[in-house]
Design a protein around this ligand. Structure first.
Ligand code: SF4
Length: 264
């Protein structure tokens, strides 16, 4: 959360680093990742459980891509974060900046101050990665965003249900921002929920790209949630893609490629 009791905005962070994006529409591009602390969801498949609460310290990469992390205490003042980003932003290295978490929109007050300065400092496009369940906070930072990747939560897979919030969120994003949807699918995905998701997106626009992302089984998440996490079979994803393409123009099946590269 941000602490705005003083004149200087601050944020609680997990980490800042440079890496190749492994998910969604920006897959394969080089980004500066700013990972914010706190998440108000508890998805069964979560691969970022370390973000659910704020640590006393965050870790900050010194040289882009080298994983030579320094440790700094939380919360972080806005000018300090800007200086870290400037250090990462070597000429022509990055395609964009990723705001990720946790849930970055829990920091909307901080982002409203931070993003205009970030944009003028770097000139890089700004991409928001979000659970898409906080449409009330999105307008606060909408003018400073270029693209949004919204996780659409299927109750059968994530244990979370936000149909109405997702619809409102998408209606705010599209067509003002480059927008895509990510849906995590597992062997337990309920086909009726996938159909409902496809219709929800198509209602806003059949042009919005949807990425079906087979869940990456993680022992850490399974231990926390006591829920077995199994990747879908090839037959399942073929069937689901065909089903969703009846109402949507762009449905792609892409696993997390950064895990294949052994990246963070
Ligand atoms: S929204 Fe993201 S960080 Fe939060 S619980 Fe779900 S997967 Fe984890």
């Amino acid at each position: 959360m941000t602490a705005n009791t003083t004149a200087e905005p601050t944020a609680r962070l997990i980490e800042v680093f440079s890496a190749i994006q492994g998910e969604g529409l920006n897959v394969g591009t080089r980004q500066i990742f700013i990972r914010f602390a706190f998440c108000d969801l508890r998805c069964h498949f979560c691969d970022s459980v370390h973000t659910w609460n704020a640590p006393a310290n965050c870790r900050i990469e010194r040289s882009p891509g080298f994983r030579d992390f320094e440790t700094h205490s939380n919360p972080v003042p806005l000018p300090i974060l800007l200086a870290w980003i400037e250090r990462q932003n070597l000429p022509s290295l990055h395609d964009s900046i990723s705001l990720t978490g946790g849930e970055p929109l829990l920091h909307a007050g901080f982002l409203k101050e931070f993003l205009p300065q970030l944009r003028s400092l770097t000139g890089l496009p700004i991409y928001l990665e979000t659970g898409g369940h906080r449409p009330e906070q999105l307008p606060m930072i909408l003018p400073y965003l270029d693209s949004v990747g919204m996780d659409l939560k299927l109750p059968s897979v994530s244990g979370e249900s936000y149909w109405q919030e997702h619809m409102k969120f998408l209606q705010i994003c599209y067509p003002h921002l480059e927008t895509f949807i990510k849906i995590i699918v597992s062997q337990h995905t309920d086909v009726a929920e996938l159909e409902q998701a496809a219709l929800l997106v198509a209602d806003v626009s059949p042009d919005i790209p949807v990425f079906l992302q087979p869940v990456t089984p993680l022992a850490e998440s399974e231990q926390l949630t006591k829920t077995p996490i199994l990747a879908p079979t090839p037959e399942q994803v073929l069937t689901w893609q065909a089903l969703m393409r009846r109402v949507l123009k762009h449905v792609r099946v892409v696993p997390q490629t950064h895990k294949m590269l052994n990246q963070l």
